[in-house]
Design a protein around this ligand. Structure first.
Ligand code: BYC
Length: 497
């Protein structure tokens, strides 16, 4: 039985009423009646081999012939949308899935507030809309490229499977944006769809659009931090786009958010399990001081100050993804009803038009950090960034609980918003994690203690040894509390071929 058959069988086991809306008979699984739109179907079927070519050359290195225990979306009902089965990655059923249409939906914000949501691209906002869809689409394959080499050093089959799950779903998110481009933007949409496969993470001549997606993801700690912080930018941005007055974008993003939750889970629990392994080893060896780095590293686990430096790096690079705090692009996207705020439709206490509203924005003034009120419309990126920082804190608090439980005196903190920024109000300014404004010399003298240094990276690299035996885990990471889909501890998540 082929991997595709396995998934079809699995999908067939889903109750008929849920399954009926997704066609898995088509080459491209979908719930958008693709078969009824021959031109679109042809365009996507033309793009598909190019996508598979990209996947084979830029997707996970190795393991493409292995059976991986993956979930595949088989419906858009939140109560039962996915099915687990062994699949070979190239046979994953990448498809086009939109959340159900809400009849009578109105545009929830901006100048067009209250008008019926658009089912077609509004001509006057076409360029802006296309740009946002392209930027969103560009991040998806970029992250797969960044994570290409990680399978070979997976600390367990469980983690390897999670990596591949994230990868195939980022691939599906690319499909989601390509669907919008090809269906709604004609020839230039098709050209953009092709260009999404041509830019490459970290490539000098043709890099990915946003900074963080050209950074390397060289090791598993980077992967966990990336999925904790950067995938959470994905959540915030998708949530803002899910509010869009352009209904197909809204519906697409709403379904993508369902998948995104797992990616952040992988990141949060990956760091958590690393912390647990460190604390358990320290307790066992009778080491009380988390800053006794030499002693801790000898145990084959990651010292907590190093994890803090990794978090500082990923938090700050990800914060740059929100763009400048003060942005006329963001004001225009909001005013025109294209991109809302986080949780827009449920925000109480304002008019969702924001003509006269203000928002407090932090910046450097007179050698110290000041907070100034700015027109809320122009400060939307600042606001989304603040929402993101709040969202991160829940995970950081849970990490701290584990440390506290182990009786170790250490607490993770998020660095100040201005720390290590390249974009926006703090771009190029020197701010300590505590929020002090520094001179260049002070920064040079102290930043090695705040960001991963060469010694840290070498130590992490020394830990990155594969552990590919079912039920076994590398020394530096604890097993998960529950298996994927409640599978037992020694489950063979990847049958390495
Ligand atoms: N690097 O007014 P500005 C995800 C550009 S992650 C390089 O400051 P704006 C995922 C900007 O493009 C979510 N360039 O900001 C996670 C603009 O250029 P143009 C991805 C940058 O436009 C993990 C110029 O600077 N989705 O899904 O208000 C795995 C001035 O821009 C950067 C989105 O981001 C940067 N960091 O907002 C997989 C949503 N920042 O247009 C996936 C869609 C800014 O003048 N994108 N620039 O040539 C947007 O909403 C906006 O484009 C941004 C920027 C929020 C990114």
């Amino acid at each position: 039985m082929s991997a595709e058959d396995t998934v079809s069988d699995a999908a067939g086991a889903i109750s008929a009423d849920r399954f009926v809306e997704i066609s898995y008979d088509d080459v491209i699984p979908n719930n958008v009646a693709l078969g009824a739109d021959k031109q679109l179907q042809r365009a996507l079927e033309t793009w598909r081999p190019n996508y598979l070519g990209w996947w084979n050359s830029m997707g996970p290195l190795g393991y493409q012939a292995s059976d991986v225990y993956l979930r595949t979306a088989v419906g858009v009902d939140p109560a039962g949308w996915a099915k687990f089965a062994y699949v070979k990655m190239p046979a994953y059923r990448w498809g086009i899935l939109l959340a159900p249409k809400v009849e009578g939906r109105a545009i929830p914000f901006g100048r067009h507030k209250g008008e019926p949501a658009w089912q077609e691209v509004p001509g006057e906002h076409r360029a802006l809309l296309r740009r946002l869809i392209v930027v969103q689409g560009d991040t998806e394959p970029a992250s797969v490229e960044q994570q290409r080499f990680l399978g070979g050093t997976a600390p367990s089959l469980y983690d390897m499977r999670n990596l591949f799950q994230v990868n195939v779903e980022e691939g599906r998110h690319l499909w989601a944006m390509v669907y919008l481009l090809v269906k709604y933007f004609g020839k230039d949409g098709r050209e953009e769809a092709q260009a999404l496969l041509e830019r490459q993470s970290g490539q000098m001549d043709n890099p990915r659009i946003l900074g963080a997606f050209n950074e390397r993801t060289p090791d598993w700690l980077s992967f966990f931090m990336f999925t904790f912080f950067t995938d959470r930018d994905g959540k915030m941005q998708l949530a803002a786009l899910a509010e869009s007055g352009f209904d197909p974008l809204s519906r697409t993003c709403r379904f993508m958010l369902t998948e995104e939750a797992h990616h952040m889970f992988v990141g949060e629990t990956g760091v958590q399990r690393t912390i647990e392994a460190t604390c358990a080893a320290m307790v066992k060896a009778g080491i009380k001081d988390p800053h006794d780095v030499e002693a801790v590293r000898k145990l084959g686990v990651v010292d907590l100050p190093l994890l803090q430096r990794k978090a500082n790096f990923h938090a700050s690079v990800t914060r740059d993804l929100f763009g400048s705090e003060i942005s006329s692009n963001a004001a225009e996207a909001f005013g025109s009803g294209i991109k809302g705020r986080f949780n827009e439709a449920n925000l109480k206490g304002d008019d969702h038009v924001l003509t006269d509203a203000t928002y407090p924005v932090s910046r450097v003034g007179d050698g110290k950090i000041v907070v100034e009120n700015e027109p809320a419309l122009r400060a939307l990126n600042a606001r989304l960034l603040d929402d993101f920082i709040v969202d991160c804190q829940g995970g950081v608090d849970r990490w701290n609980k584990s440390i506290e439980k182990a009786g170790i005196d250490f607490k993770f903190t998020q660095p100040h918003k201005g720390f290590n920024r390249r974009i926006g109000e703090f771009g190029g300014k020197r701010i300590s994690p505590a929020g002090d404004v520094l001179t260049e010399d002070e920064w040079k003298a102290r930043s090695g203690a705040w960001l991963p240094n060469d010694d840290d990276m070498q130590f992490i690299a020394s830990l990155m040894k594969p552990c590919h035996e079912p039920g076994k885990f590398a020394s530096w990471i604890a097993p998960p509390r529950v298996g994927v889909n409640n599978q037992p501890g020694d489950f063979e998540y990847v049958k390495i071929a």
